[in-house]
Design a protein. Sequence first.
Length: 385
Amino acid sequence: MSKDWIVNEETGDRVDWVDCDFTHLATPGVVGLTPYHPGKPIGELKRELGLDDIIKLASNENPLGPGAKALEALKQLPDLGRYPDGGGFSLRAKLAHHHGMRPDMVTLGNGSNDILELITRTFVAPGDEVIYSDHAFAVYALASQAVGAKSVVIPATEDYGHYLRAMARAVTERTKVMFVANPNNPTGSWSTAAELRDLLESVPDHVIVVIDEAYFEYAENVADYPNAAIWVSEIANLVVTRTFSKAHGLAGLRIGYGLSHPQLAELLNRIRQPFNVNTLAQLAAEEALNDSEHMARSVALNNSGMQQLTTGFDSLGIHYLPSLGNFICIDMEQPAHSIYDQLLRRGVIVRPIDNYGMPNHLRVSIGLEEENTRFLKTLAEVLGN
Ligand SMILES: *Cc1c(COP(=O)(O)O)cnc(C)c1O
């Protein structure tokens, strides 16, 4: 592999790399992976189409962004020449207090994605099984396949929810981890307290059950929606993950956490990068945790936006999946990709979810009132209504 460059004969300039196949060098898990497709960034669409007036309802961010308290803390610029507190002492203490547990039950992550990955890297060897639902959050597949796991994907219920009983039945001696998203992204579906307790009681101790509560704050006031974090103190093989990326409005800072038995946390800690959560993220998260006013405003905005969008869908005759998150999945009853493209051309970014096995659906994040209005109007236009 020495002749790495195609060179322009006349000028001697390097023009491009010579093709070089590295896949035979990669681990089997990586060879089988398809990269995660994030929502299209606003800047990218600007570059591609030269549009200026763009709205992005594609990554389930809080349209209000960070709260005033977090922003204030960020303005007091800490000493960025120093490494962050690798143990996250202050934030973990606050989170422990918030959840009524011990700090050694809290693992900080560079986003909760980081925690999901720490879990598979800690517990799953090549050939081990990881169970999750069809249409579940894409990172479960990525984190599992990257370590060479066998993904056991359980068909969803008719309404795209997790079929927990079937997930429990799929457990074998080789099962190491089970991922449950509550509510799930992209479907918005959720499981009740009774259903989850039932699952936890029927899954044997050698399976780590991860309940991913990335949208907890949006859902917590819904009757029957459980707070699985309170079960962590009694169920040793349960990990609950939360994030500051969604309702807390700090997606750009990358911070989330896991709650678990301290000895499980200690194992995750062994492979956690020593400084996985940066200084600014730790500071802002502490403040966000205390900013109940911003949280209340964010949740209220989401509730009214949900109402606005579902009313709009009803009047357009579009079916949608009931959602406890800050997003809704709509059924276009035809391959949705061309609708996605036409929305893009009009400066509206939503999320196609064919990679989730739902080619006829689009996922739209709930935005500010005027963004929702523009989305509904543009969608109506595209559909010729
Ligand atoms: C957004 C999301 C996450 C969290 O991502 P971060 O890494 O914390 O930004 C986790 N799980 C689900 C289901 C999500 O939708």
